[in-house]
Design a protein around this ligand. Structure first.
Ligand code: BTN
Length: 270
């Protein structure tokens, strides 16, 4: 169970001193939607919403995020930058790097990042990141960063059906001999996301662009990318300094800024 005191206690000093509110819901439609509707935290401060279960969890590109009750981490954090940081679209990638590094420190071997927002392990989707902007007045910019992580899908009453429903998935239980308590895991993720936001605000995307290479799960893979401009096929060649995906196609190299990525010969859910 997610317990507020057990989430708050292990949070480090810097994030702990900037945490405005932390709320845990037994059930909610979406923690991202909830924080988008709340007042923005003051610059440099953040709010957190966690849920045991989301009835309308959202993913990138209007997709659903389904996580069986109490089997994962469904968490959103709203944070206000004093002014809009440079290259804000690369923030999702920076958060991915922060989380992949945190998972590695917890002992998860082989964590990978599938551009732009998926966490992958053992060739299955372990989690995803949904970053949304909150509109406001003045130079300050509030973002809502949502993270969904599969912790122990075997705990779900419909565990047998999950693979069929979600496609190819993975969970932390498959990667760790001893699973952290979800409250403890929430504290680790709060530290990680806060530190990433602050580092991104101060120093930008450069460090994250370098670190991405180590986790890049798509490099060398043949993919097809669906975007409003149509379908493009090619081989992934990493990301550039701004976080765009580099694709080698039959007509030369292309920078991809958004789109839905499907591995060659794999179903859509992959
Ligand atoms: C994706 O895979 O496209 C992103 C999934 C993000 C899911 C998280 S769960 C907490 C937060 N609330 C939501 O509705 N979505 C994010």
């Amino acid at each position: 169970m997610l317990i507020v005191d057990q989430i708050r206690a292990p949070i480090s000093e810097a994030p702990g001193s900037r945490l405005e509110y932390l709320e845990v819901f037994t059930e909610i439609d979406s923690t991202n939607s909830y924080l988008l509707e709340q007042e923005a935290p003051p610059p440099g401060w953040f709010r957190v919403a966690l849920a045991e279960h989301q009835t309308a969890g959202r993913g990138r590109m209007e997709r659903r995020w389904y996580s069986p009750p109490s089997s994962g981490l469904c968490m959103s954090m709203s944070y206000t930058f004093e002014k809009e940081p440079k290259n804000l679209p690369s923030l999702t990638l920076a958060i991915g790097v922060g989380i992949a590094e945190a998972l590695e420190s917890m002992g998860v071997a082989g964590a990978g990042l599938k551009w732009p927002n998926d966490l992958v392990v053992r060739n299955g989707k372990l989690g995803g990141i949904l970053t949304e902007m909150r509109t406001g007045h003045g130079p300050a910019q509030t973002v809502v960063v949502g993270i969904g992580l599969n912790v122990d899908l075997g705990r779900a009453p419909d565990a047998d059906h999950i693979k069929t429903r979600l496609g190819y998935v993975s969970d932390l239980a498959a990667c760790l001999d001893e699973l952290p308590d979800r409250s403890e895991l929430s504290a680790i993720m709060i530290d990680t996301i806060f530190n990433t936001l602050v580092e991104f605000e101060l120093d930008g995307f450069d460090r994250f662009a370098d670190a991405w290479q180590r986790f890049d799960w798509l490099r060398g893979q043949r993919v097809s990318i669906e975007s409003p401009d149509g379908r493009t096929r090619g081989t992934c060649q990493g990301i550039d300094a701004d976080g765009a995906l580099l694709l080698r196609t039959s007509s030369g190299s292309q920078r991809v800024l958004s789109g839905s990525i499907r591995l060659h010969g794999q179903p859509d859910s992959y």
